[in-house]
Design a protein. Structure first.
Length: 239
């Protein structure tokens, strides 16, 4: 932690000196620009303007190189805030690959296919990341889990539980994206309602635990449903 005194210059302007180590670590120099954000509690957050500007908005990936982990590659690009993800294959996109891409997109909030042919699929991320409230998303997941538990212990509605599990996964990946961006973008840290950067790992762990609960409820419902079917078939055979 660094402590500084406010200086009054020429009776008109207030200034505060910056820690030399921070300036050097961020490759700043005289006349470098900074971004400043005032939080609701009146705290002021500073970040290098250059850091915000250097984020890539487009990426092109040869799917032939990532055929076994397409989902991981797409999620990584999504988490990093890349807005245009271009997936191509020199051999041509197979039905299996197209199916994998579409399945991943169902878990990526705010995405759509903007272009497609037999060699290329372009994905646009339209999500306004500045309007995502982490606390609200976590609360939504908790409501969905509550709904799934009610379906599990009441009249089993396996289709509802499957839909809920997919929605929980989608919201989990959204949280992961916002948490990742908040580590390097102070504006996202503020807009997502994360009060302190030190809380970021906790939010991620909470969302992961909730996602695991959703998965487990779905697995239990599948097990119960399967054994009900087996019991019914067994009863039919015995008559």
């Amino acid at each position: 932690m660094h402590r500084r005194s406010i200086q009054l210059i020429a009776g008109m302007t207030y200034s505060v000196s910056l820690p030399k180590e921070w300036v050097r670590r961020n490759n700043l120099k005289e006349k470098s620009e900074l971004l400043m954000y005032e939080k609701a509690d009146r705290k002021l957050i500073l970040s290098p303007y250059s850091m915000e500007e250097k984020k890539p908005n487009d990426i092109s990936l040869n799917i032939d190189d990532y055929i076994t982990n397409i989902d991981q590659i797409m999620f990584s690009a999504y988490y990093l805030g890349i807005e245009n993800i271009n997936l191509f294959s020199k051999k041509g996109l197979t039905k299996d690959v197209e199916s994998k891409i579409r399945k991943v997109l169902t878990h990526m909030s705010g995405t759509e296919i903007s272009y497609e042919d037999k060699y290329k699929i372009s994905v646009r991320v339209l999500l306004d990341k500045s309007k995502i409230d982490i606390i609200q998303v976590i609360y939504r997941i908790s409501l969905i889990i509550d709904s799934s538990i009610s379906s599990l212990i009441g009249n089993l509605d396996i289709e509802e539980i499957r839909i809920n599990e997919n929605e929980i996964d989608r919201l989990y990946h959204l949280i992961t994206k916002i948490v990742t961006l908040s580590l390097t973008d102070s504006s996202i840290l503020e807009s997502s309602k994360i009060s302190n950067v030190l809380n970021v790992p906790s939010y991620f762990l909470i969302s992961k635990k909730l996602e695991n609960i959703g998965d487990n409820i779905n697995h239990i419902s599948e097990y119960i449903n399967k054994n009900k079917v087996v019991a019914l078939l067994g009863g039919d055979h015995s008559t």
